[in-house]
Design a protein around this ligand. Structure first.
Ligand SMILES: Cc1ncc(C[n+]2csc(CCOP(=O)(O)OP(=O)(O)O)c2C)c(N)n1
Length: 561
């Protein structure tokens, strides 16, 4: 049946279950917007910055088993969106970005805002698909979703010239391609079972691919717990994936985030086997490539990841299983636990005891503002079992991981690679995908003004996130790095920030604004924030710069300031 490219593209997106698209409008794709807005099936979420739209798509790609989608305009629009592609690529998050392009007759002339997207995006996408013929449009969408969601997930860009949307075509609608689930060979499962049976002090890391398993099938949480209990294994959720295992469960072996505290990493290093179940392993998780050491690990390493390309790329592994982690868990459960699994109970309880001691809600007083620990602990008291928490990048985030014991059912969203600006847009995406649930975004004063403008998008679509801003009047993380690397040098001139009254800033958007200046105001301020529920809330917390992170203080204090 003859249709137009724009209608065929809209049909193709619908066929892939797309129900919302994040965008900043652009003249390069009005032919598509006009068709999409005619349909009730796909909601266009109009954002204030393409980086914000992109981060929302990244978050959406982690909140359901389907790539998040955004549309941006050529040159400037895509340039703004690059940070979200960078994050999706490093975070192994499925995302499809549609990009408007100049008319085909002008290709290569450096027409207004034209870029060569295959060159520009070559290192931040899994694939750039340029659609130059109407017949390719629907196939391009099907390929984009397939590539974004399979193997190592990631972002795929589909480039659409401005003049293609109204062209007629008889091309067939391409339906979504069935999910390919890679599984383990029987001999590999046997070997893994043998290695696990023999190990006295194993560590099991769980990460990103495990998160997708829980989106496809909630049973994955229960199966992982059973594996941990029956086989007596310590489970260690990795960097910014804290919700994968209940932090209070006795088999929780410790959070394997960036810079694990010495007491925990010291004990972890006594391990005699690491099994990475759906964690890609990065420099953050491996403590800057020291544990496991790259390229030759100091202990046996088993890597389960759904993409053979990735396994062995950096580390020489003893056993690589290019499989879906849940399939491997089911395979192990089918075999039954070793008779003497209880021999590891001392190892597991030892790790868990260290983990619990690190979670303890205690902190030191500070003279230059609130210790952010006190705020985070108060927020934790109000978090529902199905709350969504987002975090921007910055040292304030270390307090979240130190003091909040996450549990399955709660969700945590962040740029895993640590790109600032993600916290607020991810919270907006969460309010849309999880309506009626608590959504709390933690940001620093740096990140707040990078992408905090998406508060306007929350207002526009009725989202009610609570934005907790840690205002230490500086880009604190970088101050900490300067201090650690050059302890005798001053650095504040290059880090300090002059901030607005963030509560008033929030009220200007139509949100509730609350200011917390000292510890005595925390309980009331946070309770008021959680009570609002009908509009966004901005909580401006005047925090200490001396307490650099949940683990570190400026020994020399304000002398450096
Ligand atoms: C987009 C981006 N720009 C710069 C950085 C480098 N960076 C990492 S953390 C940080 C400071 C964050 O400051 P703030 O939001 O105030 O939080 P704090 O560290 O003070 O808690 C910077 C500049 C980054 N990670 N991402």
């Amino acid at each position: 049946m003859t249709t137009t490219v724009a209608r065929l593209l809209a049909d193709s997106l619908e066929a892939h279950g797309v129900d919302q698209i994040f965008c900043v409008p652009g003249e390069s794709y009005v032919g598509l917007t006009s068709v999409l807005t005619e349909r009730n099936s796909i909601r266009m979420i109009v954002c204030r910055h393409e980086g914000g739209a992109g981060y929302m798509a990244v978050a959406d790609g982690r909140l359901r088993p389907r790539a998040g989608v955004c549309i941006v305009s050529r040159g400037p629009g895509l340039s703004n969106a690059m940070v979200s592609l960078h994050s999706a690529f490093h975070d192994a998050t499925p995302m499809v970005m549609l990009v408007g392009q100049v008319e085909r007759k002008d290709f290569g002339r450096q027409a207004l805002q034209e870029q060569n997207y295959s060159k520009m995006l070559s290192d931040v996408t899994k694939c750039v698909i340029e659609v130059n013929e109407p017949e390719q449009a629907s196939e391009a969408i099907a390929r984009a979703f397939h590539l974004a969601e399979s193997g190592t997930p990631g972002p795929v860009a589909v480039i659409l010239p401005e003049d293609i949307f109204d062209e007629e075509t008889d091309a067939e609608l391409n339906l979504a391609r069935p999910r390919v689930v890679p599984g383990a060979r029987p001999q590999d499962l046997d070997r893994l079972a043998e290695m696990l049976a023999k190990a006295e002090r194993p560590l099991v890391l769980v990460g990103g691919a495990m998160l997708y398993d829980t989106l496809y099938d909630k049973q994955a949480f229960a199966d992982l717990r059973r594996l941990a209990e029956d086989w007596m294994l310590p489970i260690c959720p990795t960097h910014r994936r804290p919700q994968l295992f209940d932090a209070r469960h006795p088999n929780y072996g410790g959070y394997m985030g960036i810079r694990v505290p010495p007491a925990l990493i010291g004990e972890m290093k006594n391990s005699d086997l690491i099994v990475s179940l759906g964690e890609r392993i990065t420099d953050s998780v491996s403590q800057s490539y020291t544990f496991p050491a790259a390229p030759q690990p100091q202990l046996p390493l088993v890597h389960v990841w759904p993409d053979a390309n990735e396994i062995g790329r950096v580390w020489r592994v003893d056993l690589g299983i290019p499989a879906d982690p849940h399939e491997v868990i089911k395979g192990l459960l089918g075999k039954g636990a070793p008779q003497d699994a209880a021999k590891r109970s001392g190892w597991v309880s030892g790790l868990h005891a260290i983990h619990l001691s690190l979670l303890e809600k205690k902190w030191l007083p500070t003279s230059d503002g609130i210790n952010f620990a006190a705020i985070v602990c108060e927020v934790d008291k109000h978090l529902a079992d199905d709350a969504v928490v987002t975090s921007d990048a910055g040292n304030f985030g270390s307090f979240i991981h130190r003091y909040i014991g996450f549990r399955p059912g709660q969700e945590f969203l962040s740029s895993i690679v640590g790109a600032m600006g993600s916290g607020m847009p991810m919270a907006v995406a969460a309010t849309l995908r999880r309506p009626g649930r608590q959504v709390v975004a933690f940001v620093g004063d740096g990140g707040a003004l990078m992408m905090g403008n998406e508060l306007a998008t929350a207002m526009q679509y009725g989202g009610c996130p609570i934005l907790i801003i840690s205002d230490n009047s500086m880009y604190g993380t970088i101050g900490m790095h300067s201090y650690v690397r050059y302890p005798e040098r001053k650095f504040m001139e290059a880090m300090k920030l002059t901030n607005p009254d963030f509560a008033a800033w929030g009220r200007a958007f139509g949100a509730e604004g609350i200011t917390i200046r000292e510890e005595s105001e925390i309980a009331d301020g946070i309770a008021r924030a959680f009570a609002v529920k009908t509009k966004p809330v901005v909580v401006h917390c005047l925090t200490s710069a001396i307490q650099m992170s949940a683990w570190r203080r400026y020994e020399r204090g304000p002398a450096l300031v």
